[in-house]
Design a protein around this ligand. Sequence first.
Ligand SMILES: [Zn+2]
Length: 449
Amino acid sequence: MLTLFDTLSKSKKDINISSRPVRLYSCGPTVYDHAHIGNLRSFIFADTIARTLEYNGQEVDWVMNITDVDDKTIKKTIEEFGENATPNELKQLTTRHAKTFLADLEALNIDTKRIRFINVSDVIPQIQEFILGLLDKGYAYTADDGSVYFNIEKYQADFKDYGELVGAGFIEGKKVGARVAVDEYEKDNLSDFALWKARHTDDGQIFWTHDKLADGRPGWHIECSVINNIAFDGQPTDIHTGGIDLIFPHHTNEIAQSQPFYKPFSAHWTHSGHLLVDNKKMAKSAGSYLTLSNLQKKTALAGPTLRYLCLQNDMRNQQNFTDEAFEAARNGLQRLYGTYESASSDDKAEVLEKFSSSLNNDLNTAEAVAVMHASGLSKASMDTMDKVFGLGLGQTAAELPSEVAELAKSRQDARDSKDFAKSDELRTQIETLGYEVKDTNDGQKVTKK
Ligand SMILES: [Zn+2]
């Protein structure tokens, strides 16, 4: 059984669900730009949780929102299409970025077909109804411009737990009652936040109507409360994942918005740490914003390599990305591909036991990767482990150094033209470089000796 650290209770808890699929929710991407590799790491983290649960024999119902309506997507749409942009133009822009995001996930060997994606733009009526429900219960109020805000003071009086995801007593000594209209803000600016933002000139023609609400659009935080609620039929979520930067205000506000309807909102909260690039937070202005397509210029196997690099570390902790670390991961993965090719046929049950106990111990992937590197593993064991790691063993051909690849190509040409003397000579050259050539029905296979 998987034991995972829970951010809310600050303790390790078992994921002990067997009678039904585990309800797993991941805060998805805001589709206004390419995701950076730090964002992608949080999805590798969630995918590893899903795969570990399945390895344990549990079914998983994995849901992810696509944030296609928020401050950032609207701002980008106005920049690109001008102030007359409508929800149609917003859709054009976000569909384009969502496609890139899905392609990134696939390149990371995250099977997008097994995730239930829900676009915010497809659930606006449900968001409106949810907000009306909060107004009805007194946890929200309408401001002069028609925007609807969450009432933290009222919530705190009834539930006494606002901000506990950050830490116990988070709200103590903080002034409440001020309002904040933007989606993202710092802890010091703790304020009533917008659930529904009345139409504003900055939003162009992007707004939705409702007979009980002003023309406008939802705030960011309410989106996830509603999508969890819809996806899991009002039942508590079992595991909610996201990057550590989402703890406040996003996840804190998700809890507050949802608990007036049901508690707990999520039984388990798990967060992945930041990925720094050269010890700096990723920022476009600093030139440290790295996407998967940047890495794909270095290697066609950038997806599995990044995945491997993340698995080598505890993904709950902060990790530093450097070119050297990526190169080392690339070599490590190549070694693993090589080990797989020459794997023995004996099986070692205790190896799999060690593998699964590492994973189930709060997702200790670093230790589990070390188990996979152990010598003498069978292909069957490695296949089993790769069901969790998703590194593509056996499906992805190892990369050959360019020198070897060129010799291999010449040798194939020589064989095609039946010049066997030349083909044999090239085989010897390839072997001198430490590679082995086998001629199979599917053509020649070159692997590391
Ligand atoms: Zn979210």
